[in-house]
Design a protein around this ligand. Structure first.
Ligand SMILES: NC(=O)c1ccc[n+]([C@@H]2O[C@H](COP(=O)([O-])OP(=O)(O)OC[C@H]3O[C@@H](n4cnc5c(N)ncnc54)[C@H](O)[C@@H]3O)[C@@H](O)[C@H]2O)c1
Length: 259
């Protein structure tokens, strides 16, 4: 039970691959038991198996109330507690906004934003008796920048910031901290799909990024580790950007005039 000195328990949605898998690895190496939940059950199980003991891979569809409720029940059954929820599951599509299909728009909002709401709601009772409990929501540079062709994604990630602030304000009374991570361009399949489709130019991106490189999944996981930890015990309602500075860049000198 929470408070008994046992391992804290983390639930990471979308943990089969990419950032979620890296966060699951990092929280596990921080000493937590980790539930990896994903639409891709085989991937979730493989990701959990790679962690070793105190790890469980389960299936969830974050757009389904029933599926998310079953997930919370499974966490309770397996570990009897929950201390950290990472709402990481996400999808992205790229379409001219004038052609955006309503069903695709609703789906993208539902995975990225509705999923964070459902998982937070279903985890509330467990979290409120956790040890310095924390929710970490995955936002994006898309919550700051206007990103052509990604109307649903940017709108959903902007909504994630509203969800974060509101839950932080409401659930602070229960000791639950709620923060968002806003990764920039991180070297994962999701990001590389933008290069492959030609909607992102790698050189232009690197030139616009003060640190002049892509981020790694482990760098995002390190930020998640901090927000999940007792070191962040007075941090709530914030957006922690892990973006190499891409959202603050004001350097419009010609490339040759830069150091
Ligand atoms: N990669 C980046 O550069 C980047 C930047 C900013 C934000 N993000 C955000 O970080 C998160 C992870 O990104 P990633 O690059 O690792 O993506 P990814 O596509 O590699 O992984 C996403 C995971 O979510 C799962 N998923 C999708 N729909 C689901 C659903 N309905 N229910 C449960 N699981 C579902 C997928 O199966 C997959 O395992 C996303 O929220 C994404 O928007 C990523």
């Amino acid at each position: 039970m929470a408070g008994d000195g046992g391992a804290r328990v983390a639930l990471v949605t979308g943990g089969a691959q990419g950032l979620g898998a890296a966060i699951a690895r990092r929280l596990h190496s921080d000493g937590m038991a980790v539930v990896v939940a994903d639409l891709n059950l085989d991937g979730a199980r493989a990701s959990a198996a790679g962690l070793g003991d105190l790890a469980l891979g389960v299936e969830v569809d974050v757009t389904s109330d029933d599926s998310v409720r079953r997930l919370a029940d499974e966490v309770a059954r397996a570990f009897g507690r929950l201390d950290v929820l990472v709402n990481n599951a996400g999808i992205i599509s790229r379409t001219p906004s004038a052609d955006l299909d309503t069903a695709a728009w609703l789906r993208e909002l539902d995975v990225n934003l509705g999923g964070a709401m459902r998982c937070s709601r279903a985890s509330f009772e467990l979290l409120r008796s956790g040890d310095y409990p924390a929710i970490i929501n995955m936002a994006s540079v898309g919550a700051t920048l206007g990103m052509p062709l990604r109307l649903a994604y940017s709108s959903a990630k902007s909504g994630v910031l509203g969800l974060t602030r509101t839950l932080a304000a409401e659930w602070g009374a229960f000791g639950i901290r709620v923060n968002a991570l806003a990764p920039g361009y991180i070297d994962t399949d999701m990001m590389r799909s933008g290069f492959d489709l030609g909607v992102l130019d790698e050189q232009a991106l690197l030139a616009r990024t003060p640190l002049h490189r892509l981020g790694s999944a482990d760098e995002v996981a390190a930020a998640a580790s901090f927000l999940a930890s007792k070191d962040a015990s007075f941090v709530t309602g914030i957006v922690l950007k892990v973006d190499g500075g891409v959202t603050i860049d004001g350097d419009f000198r010609p490339p040759g005039a830069r150091p």
